[in-house]
Design a protein around this ligand. Structure first.
Ligand SMILES: Cc1ncc(COP(=O)(O)O)c(C=O)c1O
Length: 387
């Protein structure tokens, strides 16, 4: 059955797309096909699968479902978001140029600067919150625009439709890291992007028990190339992890709604607290791009950052005192996490870059989970007493 978005809502597609009852047993849940290889009836003749690096029915079900939720046809599940990004950059060749946003996951910056730059690919980093900066950075050899929106950790918003126009006018592709929003809140391909990458480690899996990534496109030629690259490089997701991601998609919508409601309550609480100097959350009217966020996103997710009114020592006291929030890297799980980007997730950015961006000693990032709202606010209130 074709679970088209003209006919079925997101929640329905998340539960059914790519997941017909198993033809041999009628099992409602897609089985975990733990096999590396598949029988041929005669050399070269098989039932669509020959080796699990090239394809696996459990992984295919997840890929079909997640692509459907992004409003696209092709998905490639990878072993991590990072290998997803690396596989995508392998679409390029030495001498090609990439324009990337200046604020992004530190590991993506590290991959660009310390792996792909050595292979002869050139990178420029610009503040894409202003679309003119992107247009100015385009060169004759620009083949890819890499936008992470909202960005990690400063929650800058890139106008996806505008970025697609600029990229396409120059003959480049637009790829969007959609990890923070998940397809529930933002669908870049519908806004003109060519490629979407998710770290499924985060909201898509949502239970902090695996590392994964996915690449999605609606373009047949790009999909052919990604299929080749994912098989040739071999960074595919394990079957078991694809099974867990498929299961998690079924609750993505309910989880995202709960993340957003809690994050809004936490953002409002922090904004009114005297020990907090500033709060960034795209769902607050005080966010400088609140209107753009409302236009291109259906909601605002569970990620926010704040600046503690104090120095590093005061910020450490806050982070050490929380009890419901865990002091940990990563994001997007059902449990609330809090962290210090400069020392933790963004330590791989050079200090000068961090300072230019505003990732300083008193910046704190929160991944708001789906616990009881009152418990989260009480926990933060108590910990701010230690600042
Ligand atoms: C926005 C974003 N993109 C990509 C990644 C990399 O994903 P992974 O850790 O699954 O390799 C992360 C990880 O934190 C991230 O936050």
């Amino acid at each position: 059955m074709d679970w088209s978005d003209d006919e079925f809502g997101f929640e329905t597609r998340a539960i059914h797309a790519g997941q017909a009852p198993d033809p041999t047993t009628g099992a409602i849940i897609t089985p975990l096909y733990l096999t590396s290889t598949y029988a041929h009836s005669t050399p070269g003749v098989h039932q669509g699968y020959d080796y699990t690096r090239s394809g696996n029915p459990t992984r295919s079900a997840f890929e079909t479902c997640v692509a459907n939720l992004e409003g696209a046809r092709f998905g490639f599940a990878m072993a991590s978001g990072s290998v997803g990004t690396a596989t995508l950059v392998h679409l390029l060749s030495s001498g090609d140029h990439v324009v990337a946003c200046d604020d992004m996951y530190g590991g993506s910056y590290r991959l660009f600067e310390r792996v792909f730059k050595q292979q002869g690919i050139e990178f420029s980093y610009v503040d894409m919150a202003d679309p003119n900066n992107l247009a100015k950075a385009m060169r004759k050899n620009t083949r890819l625009v890499w936008a992470e929106t909202p960005s990690n950790p400063l929650l800058k918003v890139v106008d996806i439709a505008r970025a697609a126009e600029v990229a396409h006018a120059a003959g480049a592709l637009l790829a969007v890291d959609n990890t923070f929003m998940s397809p529930y809140f933002q669908r870049p391909i519908e806004l003109g992007a060519d490629l979407v990458m998710h770290s499924t480690t985060k909201y898509i899996n949502g239970h902090s028990d695996l590392i994964g990534g996915v690449l999605i496109t609606n373009d047949e030629a790009l999909a052919e190339r990604l299929k080749f690259l994912s098989n040739a490089i071999g960074g595919i997701q394990s079957t078991f992890d694809a099974y867990l991601c498929l299961r998690s998609l079924k609750t993505l919508a309910v989880r995202m709604k709960a993340h957003e409601a809690n994050a809004l309550a936490v953002a409002r609480f922090l904004e009114s607290h005297p020990k907090i100097a500033a709060v960034r959350f795209t769902g607050l009217p005080s966010h400088p791009q609140h209107e753009l966020a409302n236009r291109q996103m259906i909601g605002h997710g569970g990620m926010l950052t704040c600046n503690v009114a104090g120095d590093l020592a005061a910020t450490r006291r806050f982070l050490q005192t929380v009890r419901v929030f865990a002091l940990a890297e990563s994001l997007g799980g059902v449990e609330s996490l809090i962290e210090h980007p400069a020392i933790m997730t963004h330590a791989s950015l050079p200090q000068t870059v961090r300072e230019q961006l505003g990732i300083g000693d008193n910046l704190v990032r929160l991944s708001v989970g789906i616990e009881a709202e009152v418990d989260l606010i009480r926990d933060l209130d108590r910990a701010l007493g230690a600042v």
